[in-house]
Design a protein around this ligand. Sequence first.
Ligand SMILES: [Zn+2]
Length: 288
Amino acid sequence: MNVDLRMDLADCGSPERLLQVLFGYYPDLPRRVPLEDIASDVGIIGFKTLEVDGFIGGLTADPQKSHGIILTKDGLPRKRKRYTIGHELGHFLIPSHGYQRQCSKQDLEESSRTDAYKRQEAEANRFSAGLLMPKPLFVKDIDSLGGIEASHIRQLSDLYDVSMEAVANRYVDLSPETCAVIFSYENVVRYSRASKDFPPLDVRKGSQLPLASLTRRHRSTGSPSQWVNQHGGIWLRSQRDVSFPTILEQAVCQSNGFKVTLLYIDEDAEDEENETRELEARWTPHFR
Ligand SMILES: [Zn+2]
């Protein structure tokens, strides 16, 4: 254990502050962050298999959290396991979180702050995402990959050795574009995430993919579809006094009915469109 590092971390209350101190100690981390080494530097003394139904990850530590053991469900794919370990490490290092923890799949997707429990899960997720996909590096990679493309999510997932879902979240959060990503299985939405400025989606976990969506029709496995212009009403909830923007949709089929959809709103094109509409409205005589 690195005692100096541990002492510096003890003063940090938020995931962001913890990460800042951690990265100060490891200035030249590779993209595939050596998670186990960092964990053992900060007091994790072992990794074990979690054998409790309904849970994916766990933490067990002494009440002072000077030492801990991280547990993960048997058979978890490597990329998801890494994200789970990062999450549990977050619980271990964030002082206000308890020293015994069991986390479900839902906990590992939590991003809301509606109650204390969810807020802690969301903090552990922010820690894991921030540790495994360091912001400055990730932003640079998004930028150098160029325009928005579903295939970039897979590339980044391989590069950082983190699950597609976790990468997609980070991508949507850090990309400068107005975009959203939807994971589905046999046309039912498993999970969706949108950038802050994206209008409210009309799909949620468990709902059917819209009948008119490209994703429903796209069948070829492997390569992503072309981008297709869609009427915003296909994907968005209607809002009073707000007209639907045009949405660009791209779909990728993974194996066995799993699909990923990327939605994107070209803000520049929308601004132009709105200006044209305003001009037209101004020059159209109104009869009463
Ligand atoms: Zn948790």
